[in-house]
Design a protein around this ligand. Structure first.
Ligand code: ADP
Length: 267
């Protein structure tokens, strides 16, 4: 502990008071560090596509425009990078709205089976095109949940698109939903037979911008914010989200959401 901390803590308040103040200072420092890290990450994530766009437009100007095939490819790269930047900024705006608690959840009664079935339908074609099998383990009689439908759709989209991104041809993605024993919650499980996540990385996987392999994630169009957003949304609903994985074997993401309770208000 530096002398500055000790001086800030004052001398009159005794030992326990001193400890409390020291913890405050360290917490403030930790928050400042997280903020600095976040700004550095955002700047870097925006700078990377911008640099790519700049070099490709320069190459077009320098003559690549005259070769139709080459020009077409370069324009494709520019479009991809632009789309990724738009996704990144959209994700950042959403996180910032959630941080400032600007958006209240618009919870409504929704049929869980329908919700899961719709996700399966959205992903059926892209999964099939990648040669990945899709399984749905849920009963049409599952019951109803009390959720902000758009937000829970987003959680599912983020998690299922990860399962798809990190699973190769011949793999399988499974969507499973069941009511928990307490009767007040449902668990939704998205598992894949993909590349998996090394054990030592799992603890940080929900952090903003944390990625096991930055280059690979970028190549797949990822922003590194998908799981961070998923966790914010699930926790705002009073649920929990967890990830388990075996390297080279697959990954399983489980999250809980509240069951709809008649007259139960916002539970
Ligand atoms: P990204 O946009 O990079 O996918 P996410 O926040 O959604 O960002 O995920 C963070 C990181 O977690 C990913 O970059 C990837 O390394 C890892 N990850 C997430 N889901 C899976 C999965 N199903 N299989 C393997 N790795 C995963």
């Amino acid at each position: 502990l530096s002398p500055i901390h000790r001086r800030e803590s004052g001398t009159e308040i005794g030992v326990s008071g001193t400890i409390a103040v020291l913890q405050d200072v360290t917490e403030q420092e930790r928050l400042d560090m997280l903020r600095r890290e976040f700004v550095a990450n955002v700047s870097h994530e925006l700078r990377t596509p911008l640099t790519t766009i700049k070099s490709y437009t320069e190459a077009l100007e320098d003559g690549a425009l005259d070769d139709r095939a080459v020009a077409g490819r370069f324009v494709g790269v520019i479009q991809n990078e632009t789309e990724r930047m738009i996704r990144l900024v959209t994700d950042l705006l959403q996180l910032s709205r959630m941080d400032s608690k600007e958006t209240a959840l618009r919870r409504k009664k929704a049929d869980l089976f329908e919700l899961i079935e719709e996700v399966a339908e959205r992903f059926a074609f892209p999964l099939r095109s990648k040669g990945i099998e899709l399984r749905l383990n849920a009963s049409p009689e599952l019951g109803t949940v009390n959720v902000d439908r758009d937000q829970i759709d987003q959680v599912l989209d983020n998690v299922v698109s990860n399962a798809m991104k990190y699973t190769g041809e011949g793999g399988r993605v499974t969507l499973d939903a069941h009511r928990l024993e307490d009767g007040r919650r449902y668990a939704i499980v998205v598992s894949d037979t993909g590349i998996g996540i090394p054990k030592e990385e799992i603890g940080r996987i929900f952090e903003r911008f944390y990625r096991v392999d930055k280059a690979r994630s970028r190549g797949m169009g990822g922003t590194g914010l998908g799981l961070a957003i998923a966790r914010e949304i699930v926790e705002a609903h009073g649920g929990e989200i967890a990830i388990e994985s075996d390297l080279g074997q697959g990954t399983r993401v489980t999250f809980t959401i509240p069951a709809y309770a008649e007259g139960g208000g916002d539970k």
